[in-house]
Design a binder for this molecule. Structure first.
Ligand SMILES: [Fe+2]
Length: 147
């Protein structure tokens, strides 16, 4: 069942999810902080969830007749969120991730609503679950900023 507009929206969501995945994993590697261990572990929890999410998004794309972008370049061309090209301070990492998770949660909600409007409730349901996790991560990051 080919739903071209839903496929396009999912490709873009997959791309943004990949950007946030790599950024979170990169911060896990590079963070330096008085709370190194706490941040290192929190980022790991988040990137593991996002990794699962990437797999499910790509497989849903296949299930509705699309293809996963075949290269990192093709993936990045579809992204709307920016990569972080530097190694920020620990506080900046948390702020950057908080904004990215918030944006990704919002986009996930929007694509869920769009999928529903196109009669694709399966994609909608999958995305609602992802938005729930992303909003939880946003809350944790926001709370960490208060230290
Ligand atoms: Fe690690």
């Amino acid at each position: 069942m080919l739903k071209p507009e839903v496929i396009k929206a999912l490709e873009s969501l997959l791309a943004d999810t990949a950007v946030v995945y790599y950024k979170t994993h990169g911060f896990h590697w590079n963070v330096e902080s008085a709370d190194f261990y706490g941040l290192h572990i929190m980022f790991e929890k988040f990137y593991n969830e996002i990794w699962e999410s990437l797999d499910e998004l790509a497989e849903r794309l296949r299930a509705i007749g699309g293809k996963a972008p075949p290269s990192l370049r093709a993936l990045l061309e579809r992204a709307t969120l920016s990569e972080t090209e530097t190694t920020p301070t620990d506080a900046s990492m948390i702020e950057i991730l908080k904004n990215d998770y918030q944006a990704l949660a919002q986009k996930t909600r929007e694509v869920a609503a769009f999928a529903k409007s196109q009669g694709d409730e399966v994609t909608e349901n999958m995305l609602i679950d992802k938005a729930t996790s992303l909003e939880k991560a946003t809350w944790m990051l926001r709370s960490t900023l208060r230290y």
